[in-house]
Design a binder for this molecule. Structure first.
Ligand SMILES: [Zn+2]
Length: 706
């Protein structure tokens, strides 16, 4: 199913959707420190950000101050006359930058969840400042000399596993950021980093603008034939908000786009809306992303060469569980053939249906959802709108809370005193089995123009130990779920339910993390394990009995429906897997290039896909010009989702082997994965949990590809 981006808590790579515009004059004025809430104690419950007092104008001066303070903290480490030790260098470094993080945690979160022109303009100032600041740290020769001095003596220092992991991660980070380069090379690296940070903003901003302006307007009721009432109502609401009362608007947002493709009977309209999605960033207009992408690919390649790597993928994968591009490519190849074969037989089945209906046309990419839905109905008599009433958002939320309690003993209590960044946000205190407060959870469910698409987990603060006391993490779960309309509450699609379980897994990971240090370093291809394993509970009958109740009657989802649902989980898996793998392949193809200078983006894409024999009825899940994942840590890492799926399928087997809510297995998963991921080698941790390396078979079985 759809997997969503995980947001690392404070990484500036999170920047999204920003125009490269000069700063508006009104934002230039320095705000006096006195009325800037970032400069004074928050005096809020759990030291949560005082959103009621934070204004956009506070961000820039606070970021500047944060940078100044961290620089001073680092100068002090460097000026220490004592020889470098783990404590006075590595641990001291881990302690720097708290003020900056306090600001950026809020800023980057708001930039994604409640963005606007003003915030985007500030981001164009903030992004290069932070990028330059990070360079100043990572290219600080005296600081690196101290880190290296500790690193070179590491074998004799009697460090704990966690300390050693932190030291090695730090050292590698310096080296990978150019610490061993000469002056001229370092200067070039700085330029590349600055350009990349701005280009990524540009890419995401173009994408947001394209998504917001990509829609079809329908003014005749006939054209709505086949669509469920809820979908029509939402489309009317969208039209209303666009100043088109009495019409219906369908957009490139998935909550609008997918139902239209699934149910809309008018083939030409499906084609039109489909193009709204897949042409984003490829319209040769002001928001075109082709040249932006090329520049990004080129700069990444140049950067990798400078650091002594063959290409960007090799550079990136060194730090992943997969380790090399070859390992990723052969992993993808192993999955590709059986998936493609399955997709072809799905295609044949749909064509048969079209022919039986005397459709007299060949299946096209914009028909796939429509005929898949028809086949699903015919084979499993399941339609999305019959399922949705059993997945009311409130019920799903309590179901997820109950699952967390059954597995880990967690308790969730709403807290209305915590300030929020938008009135739709709800806040919970999360307590452990022994009543100890674990963290604060913010949940923000519905789409709005100021929010980027998709679903993600982030936060305003991570957790670590401060003078022996654990700092409470502040975690956010942000989604774009189906809105309530009129008397109907928010009724989720299965896809949305899975997304919610998924994101909640990320949230549990952050809430339960037991990090000694602030710096953590989980390989990207392991971070989806905690989230994806949660999806396995979603459709288990025992779990459905707990939460899948009809929102009107309270009746538990009928067993027969559950059976069909289970059976249908293998349905369309060829398409799902191929669509996903094609995007992985595209990602790897871009990032193993030497240079993209003379590449025509569209040709490159089709050539790459042709080499793998991708059928024309399927496009990669993301085409290059709107592949937002590869703007951040998923660059040459989109495969991570399915890599992690090997882990989560294998890990979930441990529950299947005992029981669905087995506390002992849950305790081991918590101890070795949820609490420690990012503070020790991921494969070692996994083996401690499972007693062996992960097996690939449970994944193939789950997808019906074995
Ligand atoms: Zn995720």
């Amino acid at each position: 199913m759809k997997k969503k981006t995980v947001a690392t808590l404070f990484a500036p790579v999170l920047l999204a959707a920003v125009l490269c515009l000069p700063l508006a004059p009104s934002l230039r004025g320095e705000t006096a420190a006195g009325d800037n809430p970032f400069f004074v104690p928050y005096n809020t419950p759990f030291d949560t950000p005082p959103f009621d007092r934070i204004q956009n104008a506070h961000f820039l001066p606070a970021v500047q101050e944060g940078i100044k303070r961290q620089q001073a903290e680092i100068d002090a480490i460097v000026a220490d006359p004592k020889p470098a030790s783990f404590q006075n260098t590595i641990e001291a470094l881990d302690n720097t930058g708290k003020f900056l993080e306090r600001v950026t945690g809020v800023f980057f979160s708001n930039l994604e969840a409640v963005t606007g022109k003003e915030l985007q303009e500030i981001a164009t100032q903030v992004a290069p400042l932070i990028s330059a600041h990070q360079d100043n740290i990572l290219l600080n020769e005296k600081l690196f000399a101290r880190v290296k001095a500790v690193y070179d003596r590491r074998a004799r220092l009697k460090l704990s596993v966690t300390q050693l992991y932190l030291l090695e991660s730090d050292y590698r980070q310096f080296v990978r950021n150019g610490a061993l380069l000469d002056e001229k090379q370092k200067a070039r690296l700085r330029d590349i980093n600055r350009d990349l940070s701005l280009l990524k903003l540009r890419f995401n901003d173009n994408l947001l603008a394209e998504t917001n302006s990509s829609y079809i307007v329908i003014d005749s009721k006939d054209d709505l034939a086949g669509l469920p009432d809820g979908v029509i109502a939402e489309a009317a609401g969208t039209a209303e908000s666009l100043g088109l009362p009495g019409k219906w608007v369908f957009t490139a947002q998935k909550t609008s786009w997918i139902p239209f493709l699934q149910y809309g009977r008018k083939r030409d309209l499906r084609e039109g809306l489909y193009a709204c999605w897949f042409m984003r960033g490829d319209r040769d207009n002001d928001q075109d992303n082709k040249a932006v992408l090329q520049k990004i690919i080129n700069l990444r390649a140049e950067r990798s060469h400078l650091l002594g790597y063959k290409n960007f993928a090799q550079f990136t994968l060194e730090e992943r569980m997969a380790k090399t591009p070859e390992a990723v490519n052969s992993f993808l190849a192993r999955l590709w053939q059986p998936s493609l074969e399955r997709a072809k037989s799905e295609r044949a089945e749909m064509q048969k249906l079209i022919d039986a209906e005397k459709g007299n046309f060949k299946l096209a990419s914009w028909d796939w959802w429509y005929y898949a839905e028809k086949l699903r109905k015919a084979k499993y008599d399941l339609d999305d709108s019959a399922l949705r009433p059993y997945f009311e958002l409130g019920n799903v939320t309590s179901g997820i809370f109950t699952l967390s309690e059954k597995l880990y003993g967690l308790k969730f209590t709403a807290n209305r005193a915590v300030p929020v960044y938008h009135p739709e946000v709800s806040v919970y205190e999360v307590k452990d089995a022994d009543e100890r407060l674990l963290g604060i959870l913010y949940m923000d469910f519905f789409p709005r123009d100021s929010k980027r698409g998709g679903a993600w987990t982030g936060g305003f603060r991570g957790s670590w130990y401060e003078k022996g006391r654990r700092v409470l993490p502040l975690v956010t779960v942000t989604c774009n779920f189906t809105k309530p309309t009129g008397d109907t509450p928010s009724l989720l699609s299965i896809d949305e339910v899975l997304t919610f379980f998924h994101e909640f897994g990320h949230a549990l990971n952050t809430l339960m993390a037991d990090n000694r240090f602030r710096t953590t370093n989980a390989p990207w291809d392991s971070v989806e394990l905690p989230s994806q394993i949660m999806e396995h509970w979603t459709l288990e009958p025992e779990m459905l009995n707990i939460y899948a109740r009809h929102y009107k009657t309270g009746e538990v989802i009928p067993a027969a429906l559950v059976e069909k649902l289970k059976a249908s989980s293998l349905f369309n898996q060829g398409f799902e897997t191929v669509e996903f793998l094609a995007a992985c392949i595209l990602d790897m193809a871009w990032h193993t290039l030497d240079s993209a200078a003379n590449v025509n983006v569209d040709n490159f894409e089709s050539k790459t896909m042709a080499a793998f024999g991708l059928i024309p009825e399927i496009l990669p899940r993301y085409r290059s010009t709107y592949f937002a994942h590869i703007m951040d840590g998923y660059a040459s890492g989109y495969y991570s989702y399915i890599w992690a799926e090997v882990l989560d399928c294998d890990a979930f087997e441990a529950f299947k082997e005992t029981s669905l809510f087995d506390r002992k297995t849950a305790a081991a998963f918590r101890k070795y994965i949820l609490e420690r991921l990012g503070t020790e080698d991921a494969m070692t941790l996994y083996k401690k949990f499972r007693g062996r390396e992960p097996k690939i078979e449970p994944l193939l079985k789950k997808r019906g590809l074995l």
